[in-house]
Design a protein around this ligand. Structure first.
Ligand SMILES: *[C@@H]1O[C@H](CO)[C@@H](O)[C@H](O)[C@H]1NC(C)=O
Ligand SMILES: *[C@@H]1O[C@H](CO)[C@@H](O)[C@H](O)[C@H]1NC(C)=O
Ligand SMILES: *[C@@H]1O[C@H](CO)[C@@H](O)[C@H](O)[C@H]1NC(C)=O
Ligand SMILES: *[C@@H]1O[C@H](CO)[C@@H](O)[C@H](O)[C@H]1NC(C)=O
Length: 466
C-alpha cells in the first residue's frame, strides 16, 4: 500500500448508483420472549433494520462520538474503512455533515495524515479519528476508540457521492485493510462471533445481523446453507466456476467472484460480457448495448422480456448453481418522452473478477464469517429463485497455496525440484530398463537354445519370442 505517502487509497464500488442501509431498531429483541432474549444475549448477536432509499441505496444508522451524532452509512461488503462526512467539510451538502470531531469529548485524533479514499473516479479526503461508534442504538452496541475517517472534502458535489452521510466498509479483517468495525465489536465483546449476515430486499424488510446470521429468513425450514472459502484474504472473494444461461456458458476463465453489497448489478469482465451479449442477441436481437459503457438495454417494457429470457445461473466452488430470474437482472425505467425501457443489471466491469451485487443478494441471504474465512448463502423467504445441482463438472486444477509475492530466496526453486525429480525418475527407469533388458536377453538366449534344440531353426524361434 502507499501509506508511506500519507495516502491510503481504498477502492469502493462507485457510488453513482449507490445503496444505503439503515440500522435503527433491535426489532427481534423487543419481540422475543424473556428466555430467548437471555439466550440471544449469551450468543451476543443483534439484528438491525436496513432501510432502502431510492431503488438501490440501503443505509444503516450509526452514532458517532459523545454527542451520538447519527449518520446513515452505506453498507459495503467490498470496502474496508468507515467514513463519515464531517462538519468541517465545506464541499459536503449541509444535511450530510453528520459528525463534528471538535465537539466530541470522546474523540482522539489519529495520525496527522491526510487520507484520500478513492470511490471509482471520485474521491473523499479526510482525517482519521478514534471515537465511539455505535450501531442500532445510540449507546448499546458500541465500539469505543474505533478508528475511522472524518471526511473534509469531496471532489464532486454534484454527484451521487455528495448525497450520502458515509460508508461502512464490511470487508475482511485483514492487515492490508482499514479497521474493521465488525472485528472491533467482537474484540470489545459486543458480539460473540466475528461474523455478520445480511438480507437485502426491494419490497420487503431488509435486515443485518451482527455476530451471526438469522435463519428465520430461510425460505423453508432447514434450508441448505452453501458455504464457500474465501480465495483472497483481503476481500470477500470466492471461486467462480461458471456463469450461464441454459446450456450456454459465459465463463471465459475469470476465476473470482467478489460479493459486493454496494453495487446494483452483477458485472462481468470484458471476455464474459462479450459472450453474454452475443448470447442475448441470439435470443432477442432488439438488445441495444453500449460497449464503451458496458451496459445493455431493450427499448421496451421489461415485462415483455420476463418469459423470453432465461435465468442467469452462477456456480461457485461446487456443482450447485444459483439462479437469478430475469425480473431481478432487468430494471424497468421510463425516459423523458415517457417511453419505457429496460436496463440489464448485468454489466461490464474493467476488473479481473465478477462482481456479485444486489440482483444476487436480493435472492440469497449472505453470511460473512471472518473466523473461517468463508461466505455462505441460503435461499431467503422472499425469493422465487432456486439452487440446482446442475453445474458443470470441471477438472479442478489444484490451487497453489496462497503465498506472498515477494521472492523468497530461502526456498528451493520449484523448477529445481522438478528437475531433480525428473532426473531421479529417469535414472531409475534407465536402471530398470538395463536390468530388464539384461534379464530378457538372458531368457531369450535360454529359450532360443531350447527352441534351437527342439526345432533346429534360429529364425523362427526368434520371431515367436519377440
Ligand atoms: C457497479 O460496478 C460497475 C462496474 O465495476 C460500475 O460501472 C457501476 O457504476 C457500479 N454500480 C454501482 C451502483 O456501484
Ligand atoms: C498532530 O498535530 C498536532 C497539532 O497540529 C500536534 O499537537 C500533535 O503532536 C501531532 N501528532 C503527531 C502524531 O504528529
Ligand atoms: C486480493 O484483493 C486485493 C484487494 O483487496 C487485491 O488488491 C489483490 O490484487 C487481490 N489478490 C489477488 C491475487 O487477486
Ligand atoms: C443441456 O445439456 C444437457 C446435458 O449436457 C442435456 O441433457 C440437455 O438436453 C441440454 N438442454 C438444452 C436445452 O440444450
Amino acid at each position: 500500500m502507499i501509506k508511506s505517502f500519507s495516502i491510503v487509497s481504498m477502492l469502493l464500488a462507485p457510488l453513482v448508483l449507490s445503496q444505503t442501509f439503515k440500522v435503527e431498531v433491535t426489532r427481534s429483541e423487543a419481540a422475543l420472549p424473556e428466555k430467548l432474549l437471555q439466550q440471544s444475549k449469551l450468543n451476543k448477536e443483534f439484528e438491525v433494520a436496513i432501510n432502502r432509499f431510492s431503488t438501490y441505496r440501503y443505509t444503516g444508522k450509526f452514532y458517532f462520538g459523545s454527542k451520538a451524532s447519527d449518520a446513515d452509512l452505506i453498507l459495503d461488503t467490498d470496502s474496508d474503512w468507515m467514513l463519515v462526512e464531517s462538519q468541517q467539510c465545506d464541499a459536503c451538502l449541509p444535511t450530510h455533515r453528520r459528525y463534528n470531531p471538535l465537539t466530541s469529548t470522546t474523540q482522539t485524533p489519529g495520525s496527522n495524515e491526510t487520507f484520500i479514499l478513492y470511490l471509482d473516479d471520485n474521491f473523499y479526503v479526510g482525517d482519521d479519528y478514534y471515537d465511539t461508534v455505535c450501531v442500532a442504538d445510540s449507546s448499546k452496541y458500541c465500539a469505543k476508540d474505533f478508528k475511522f475517517i472524518a471526511v473534509t472534502d469531496i471532489n464532486k458535489v454534484t454527484s451521487e457521492l455528495a448525497k450520502i452521510d458515509g460508508v461502512v466498509g464490511l470487508g475482511p479483517d485483514d492487515p492490508s485493510n482499514g479497521p474493521s468495525f465488525i472485528a472491533e465489536l467482537y474484540n470489545q465483546g459486543v458480539i460473540g462471533k466475528k461474523m455478520f449476515g445480511i438480507q437485502v430486499g426491494f419490497n420487503q424488510k431488509s435486515e443485518m445481523m451482527f455476530g451471526g446470521w438469522d435463519d428465520t429468513w430461510m425460505k423453508t425450514r432447514g434450508e441448505n446453507i452453501y458455504f464457500y472459502p474465501q480465495s483472497n484474504q483481503s476481500r470477500w472473494e470466492i471461486e467462480l466456476r461458471d456463469l450461464k444461461m441454459k446450456n450456454t456458458s459465459f465463463w471465459e476463465g475469470s476465476k473470482k467472484a467478489v460479493i459486493d453489497s454496494f453495487n446494483d448489478s452483477i458485472t462481468f469482465p470484458d471476455a464474459e460480457f462479450q459472450v453474454f451479449k452475443t448470447y442475448i442477441e441470439s435470443i432477442d436481437h432488439t438488445i441495444d448495448c453500449d460497449n464503451t459503457k458496458g451496459t445493455c438495454r431493450f427499448n421496451d417494457d421489461c415485462t415483455t422480456k420476463y418469459t423470453k429470457l432465461p435465468q442467469l445461473r452462477i456456480q461457485f466452488g461446487d456443482m450447485n448453481t444459483f439462479a437469478i430470474n430475469p425480473k431481478d437482472y432487468l430494471f424497468g425505467q421510463v425516459d423523458g418522452g415517457n417511453r419505457a425501457f429496460c436496463t440489464f443489471l448485468i454489466k461490464k466491469n474493467n476488473k479481473d473478477y465478477v462482481q456479485i451485487g444486489q440482483p444476487f443478494l436480493k435472492n440469497f441471504y449472505a453470511i460473512f464469517d471472518f473466523e473461517s474465512g468463508s461466505v455462505g448463502f441460503f435461499l431467503h423467504a422472499y425469493t422465487n429463485s432456486e439452487v440446482n445441482s446442475d453445474g458443470v463438472e470441471r477438472v479442478v486444477t489444484p490451487q497453489p497455496p496462497i503465498t506472498d509475492d515477494s521472492p523468497s530466496d530461502d526456498k528451493f526453486p520449484i523448477w529445481a525440484i522438478i528437475l531433480i525429480v525428473v532426473v531421479l525418475i529417469g535414472g531409475l527407469l534407465a536402471l530398470g530398463a538395463v536390468a530388464f533388458i539384461k534379464i530378457r536377453n538372458k531368457r531369450l538366449q535360454q529359450n532360443l537354445s531350447q527352441y534351437n534344440q527342439l526345432e533346429g531353426t534360429k529364425g523362427k524361434a526368434g520371431k515367436t519370442l519377440q
